[in-house]
Design a protein around this ligand. Sequence first.
Ligand code: HEC
Ligand code: HEC
Ligand code: HEC
Ligand code: HEC
Ligand code: HEC
Ligand code: HEC
Ligand code: HEC
Ligand code: HEC
Ligand code: HEC
Ligand code: HEC
Length: 317
Amino acid sequence: MTATLQSCRQGGVFLLAMALIAIVAPAVASAQDDEAPNYSRKGADTCFQCHDDQTVLGVFRTKHAVPSDPNSPFGHGQLQCEACHGPGGDHSGRVRRGKERPPMVRFGSDSGTPVAEQNAYCTNCHLTSIGFAWHGSAHDINTVACADCHDSHVERDPVLSTATQADVCFDCHQQQRTQSMKPYAHPIRQGKMDCSGCHNTHGETTDGLLARATLNDTCYDCHAENRGPYLWEHAPVAEDCGNCHDPHGSNYPGMLSLRAPTLCQSCHSQSGHPSLPQDERGLPSATPSQYLLGQSCLNCHDQVHGSNHPSGSKLMR
Ligand code: HEC
Ligand code: HEC
Ligand code: HEC
Ligand code: HEC
Ligand code: HEC
Ligand code: HEC
Ligand code: HEC
Ligand code: HEC
Ligand code: HEC
Ligand code: HEC
């Protein structure tokens, strides 16, 4: 901490030098250019005169306060607090009675600072690290601010840790919160998996911000055993795992979107090969079987993802 503050002061001195030059020069320039950004004289040291609570100082425990990193806001020659909060010269000055203190850039989509403006301060440094797909992505066009997900004044940004990420997302995605609480779900509420396992939050060229080119490719990342290829494919599996599974959670074992046989019968005709539970009229007279009564299709067709058995065409072995 001491080390950081010290180097930060060195930065302050550097800024002071800059500011002195600025003070001499703009006296002439300001007349024609009112728009020239007015930075504070001593960088963070200026801000500390009025803002030194623990929340504010937390920024020095983050990766943003690395004086040895020339790209860090607190790197040599950088603008420190003002790299994010914008020029603070006017804000730091004395305020006349009855006047408002000129505001700084504030963060979060409900903060009053337009989202495009605040995000621009972040993308100034992060355009490449977040990827160019950000622009036009679901979050970008719905004016979600970087700071809606990222917390810049705490040592461990919750959205970057598996155990805490989902809670950040749940603030806005209530439906997924509800689903994650269902009895059969990916181990997200146990903190063992996060949304980033399947989603690339900053934007992807895929639908639904998925992490891989297709939905199935996304699942294969962790469920390689379901990739196949199979001798006998089950068409809906190769097409889209979402035909039968709800990856955010469901009330049915195996995270199925419906219970078998209803699930199977949403595609497979009941006539021809019926197995209406509890209804013997559904049994084909030629092949009566007690297993069809109230039993799931899976009792016989248990290779539902596909079969490699030479005689597995009916997905039974
Ligand atoms: C002379 C005192 C003073 C200095 C110096 C100062 N501020 Fe402020 N700042 C305030 C006050 C007072 C507020 C409360 C908002 C208001 O009343 O307008 C504020 C509000 C803010 C806010 C908005 C958050 C809030 O609580 O409303 C931010 C962000 C901020 N200041 C950042 C900075 C930064 C960065 C610097 C250094 C460049 C700085 N301030 C320098 C007095 C100061
Ligand atoms: C002056 C340049 C600069 C600005 C402005 C800036 N950052 Fe950074 N940011 C960095 C650097 C440098 C790192 C460290 C990169 C690394 O370690 O790989 C970083 C790291 C991060 C990280 C990763 C932190 C971690 O713990 O791994 C996040 C998230 C982040 N920035 C978000 C933001 C957001 C949100 C904003 C706007 C509020 C912002 N940054 C503004 C330069 C900047
Ligand atoms: C909807 C939530 C969300 C928004 C909005 C968002 N991020 Fe992120 N950001 C994340 C998540 C989640 C990660 C972790 C990525 C991962 O685990 O793959 C991340 C990671 C990062 C990192 C670290 C990248 C790395 O590889 O270390 C940076 C830097 C960053 N974000 C900057 C930004 C900036 C700048 C913006 C605004 C333009 C922004 N983020 C908007 C959720 C978000
Ligand atoms: C990397 C960008 C970044 C840097 C550098 C930074 N801040 Fe912030 N600041 C933020 C963000 C984002 C928030 C919104 C709250 C959060 O995400 O933690 C914020 C919030 C604040 C707030 C107000 C909290 C509120 O109630 O609205 C103050 C005051 C503040 N910062 C002052 C400072 C001061 C002083 C410095 C320099 C010592 C500084 N910040 C450096 C990004 C930054
Ligand atoms: C501040 C609110 C907010 C936060 C926080 C947030 N989102 Fe979103 N998200 C939205 C909005 C708004 C949309 C677009 C409308 C919609 O689809 O609901 C969206 C859309 C999405 C989509 C669908 C994209 C599409 O193309 O249909 C995914 C996936 C998503 N968010 C994931 C996440 C993840 C993962 C996190 C946490 C890392 C997160 N979001 C955090 C507001 C938010
Ligand atoms: C196991 C993979 C997986 C995980 C983990 C996951 N999602 Fe999804 N998510 C998906 C798939 C698949 C879709 C559907 C995409 C499509 O059909 O375009 C989706 C779609 C979405 C959508 C768009 C709306 C919708 O229902 O189609 C949102 C929002 C979303 N996810 C948010 C989240 C959030 C928030 C988390 C973390 C709590 C999360 N997801 C975790 C796989 C996952
Ligand atoms: C980041 C890794 C990861 C990704 C990506 C992933 N899963 Fe999973 N999946 C898991 C883990 C971990 C479990 C829990 C395994 C356990 O509990 O033993 C799981 C379990 C499951 C289960 C079994 C649930 C049960 O009750 O037995 C299904 C079904 C499933 N995943 C479907 C999917 C689908 C569909 C996708 C793609 C949309 C997907 N998964 C993507 C990690 C992942
Ligand atoms: C035609 C419907 C259907 C499709 C499509 C489907 N599954 Fe399944 N899946 C099932 C059924 C049925 C179960 C067994 C559930 C149970 O155990 O009760 C299952 C179980 C699972 C399990 C739990 C472990 C296991 O193998 O029993 C995983 C993991 C899984 N599926 C992943 C996937 C993946 C990945 C995809 C896409 C490649 C996919 N499923 C597509 C119907 C389907
Ligand atoms: C999303 C629609 C869909 C769902 C749900 C579905 N199937 Fe299928 N199934 C198909 C299609 C399409 C085929 C290929 C039919 C063909 O080639 O004539 C198929 C083929 C089969 C075959 C092989 C048929 C043959 O003639 O070789 C069996 C057995 C089968 N499914 C059983 C099941 C079972 C059991 C379930 C429930 C766990 C199920 N299916 C769920 C669409 C579905
Ligand atoms: C008692 C075991 C058993 C149960 C339970 C069962 N099947 Fe079958 N299924 C078979 C057999 C055996 C065949 C092969 C018939 C043949 O080769 O002529 C078959 C064939 C099929 C076929 C291929 C088309 C056809 O009619 O030959 C489909 C599709 C199918 N079953 C779907 C289902 C569905 C959906 C369920 C649940 C509603 C189900 N099965 C329940 C034994 C069963």
